[in-house]
Write a protein that binds this ligand. Structure first.
Ligand SMILES: Cc1cc2nc3c(=O)[nH]c(=O)nc-3n(C[C@H](O)[C@H](O)[C@H](O)COP(=O)(O)OP(=O)(O)OC[C@H]3O[C@@H](n4cnc5c(N)ncnc54)[C@H](O)[C@@H]3O)c2cc1C
Length: 432
């Protein structure tokens, strides 16, 4: 490999890129989790990252590790609501209207996948992947290594209307049947447990087994673990295409030269869509843009994560900061910040919480959640290639499902009996 512009040549990058068993494309939470898992199994792994590791969607997300809310993006009832979302500039879920054929195709598949019959198959698979993953995150947190603020304190979903309570209780009963416990807290109990909550509320659903962490630190932790196992993460090394031997990838083309490995894993988040085209694979990918903003720790700081369920705002307590996140705006490659939507997140939170005044960072953060048309991740072999594998499309669940994704992928690559039913995640259902 050549040196990136302006940096001294790094012999170790070149050595790592030669003769790797697996080259992973993308150093987000998913790519690094896969690299770590494959290295644990004794494989020589290199990760190719076009920028800095962990700076994609994995950087500033809400940090929730919540099996109680690990659903496919496409959900029953969404078909009816989609038009309303297109015209409301402050709605938490926004579909930007477009007549682009790829977008129309994406939307048609998305609406079909929001049927109850599909949800009944997809939701339990994703909840199970997440449940396993959160236990795995807990194990990682207990092992020696850099701290990433893991806390299994649960999630409080605050509700304001009778209708909201009914819907949330139906959701809680549904996930309870999948092994996720919950309790009902009345308004008085909510205020006693989390004094930051104020305003006119009906009560809350408390999910005691949910957890949270600091997302960028979790990515750094995976990287540290992976590197300790011999993985080389090569940054400033964008993959631009590939050359092939029949159905197999012979080499990846990168900005810095060719990389040859025995097998390849595509884990480039939202950008897997455009990179897929260069690799000969059609991937129906859109981004669901979201924002987060951080405040300095105030006098009243919550212990648990808080969901303002009807406002679709998430609140995560870190040691010295409080993070708000929200909005799901279906777009292309657009990381611009819409201050109107960011303002709606903050106003929504201030209506129900005693928020600190001081922001910890001047600018909000925007991230692109990678969303396949049916709202489920794709984990498994590429339908077009003999030696390429996919770990993409994790939409709202990439952090909370990363260890399970890595486990499933590594088991499938090794031809082992997988821990999870791979069928709901099979790439062939949506990628051609
Ligand atoms: C506001 C917000 C809140 C969220 N909250 C949560 C949450 O609480 N819990 C949760 O589980 N999930 C949450 N998510 C979703 C989560 O952030 C994503 O699902 C997850 O980060 C996706 O990880 P990834 O590794 O697939 O993608 P990314 O983190 O985007 O990583 C992809 C990487 O690939 C690299 N790349 C791209 N193209 C190339 C190329 N050509 N060559 C080499 N490298 C390339 C990119 O630079 C990037 O580093 C949230 C997202 C947002 C936006």
């Amino acid at each position: 490999l050549n040196a990136p512009h302006g940096s001294p040549s790094d012999e170790r990058d070149s050595a790592a890129a030669k003769g790797a068993d697996v080259a992973v494309i993308g150093a987000g939470v998913v790519g690094l989790a896969c690299a770590r898992e494959l290295a644990r199994r004794g494989l020589k792994v290199v990760v190719l990252e076009r920028g800095e590791a962990g700076r994609g969607a994995s950087f500033g997300n809400a940090g929730w590790l919540t099996p109680s809310l690990a659903f496919p993006l496409a959900q029953p009832g969404y078909a009816k609501k989609a038009i309303g979302w297109m015209i409301d500039p402050e709605s938490p879920f926004y579909i930007r209207p477009s007549l682009e054929p790829a977008m129309l195709h994406w939307l048609a598949v998305f609406l079909m996948a929001s049927r109850r019959s599909r949800f009944r198959v997809n939701a339990p698979a994703l909840v199970e992947l997440c449940r396993w993953s959160v236990d795995a995150w807990e194990t990682i947190a207990r092992e020696p290594g850099p701290d990433f603020g893991f806390a299994r304190e649960g999630l409080v979903m605050v509700l304001e209307s009778e209708h909201g309570v009914e819907r949330a209780k139906r959701g809680a009963e549904y996930t309870q049947a999948l092994g996720i416990p919950w309790e009902w807290w009345d308004a008085q109990r909510v205020r006693a447990e989390e004094p930051i909550v104020r305003g006119d509320i009906r009560g809350a659903i408390y999910y005691p087994r949910d957890a949270h962490c600091v997302p960028n630190l979790a990515v750094q932790r995976l990287r540290a673990d992976a590197e300790a196992l011999g993985v080389r993460v090569i940054e400033q090394c964008a993959v631009t295409g590939a050359s092939f031997d029949g159905r197999s990838v012979r080499a990846l083309h990168t900005e810095r030269g060719e990389v040859r490995a025995g097998r390849y894993v595509l884990a480039a988040g939202y950008w897997s869509g455009e990179l897929g085209r260069a690799l000969g694979l059609r991937i129906p990918m859109r981004a669901a843009k979201g924002y987060s903003l951080q405040f300095v720790r105030g006098a009243v700081h919550p212990t648990r994560s808080i969901s303002l369920g009807e406002r679709k705002v998430t609140v995560t307590p870190h040691a010295g900061r409080l993070r708000l996140a929200g909005t799901l705006e279906i777009v292309g490659n657009d990381q611009s910040i819409n201050m109107r939507r960011v303002g709606a997140i903050e106003r929504g939170a201030r209506a129900l919480l005693t928020l600190p005044d001081e922001r910890a960072e001047a600018t909000p953060w925007a991230g692109l959640r990678p969303c396949l048309a049916d709202g489920m991740p794709a984990i498994g072999p590429s339908p077009r290639h003999g030696n390429m594998w996919l770990a993409i499309g994790h939409q709202m669940t990439g952090l909370k499902c990363a260890p399970g994704t890595a486990r499933l992928l590594a088991e499938l690559m090794a031809g082992e009996k997988p821990t999870f039913d791979p069928r709901p995640f099979a790439p062939e259902r949506c990628c051609r």
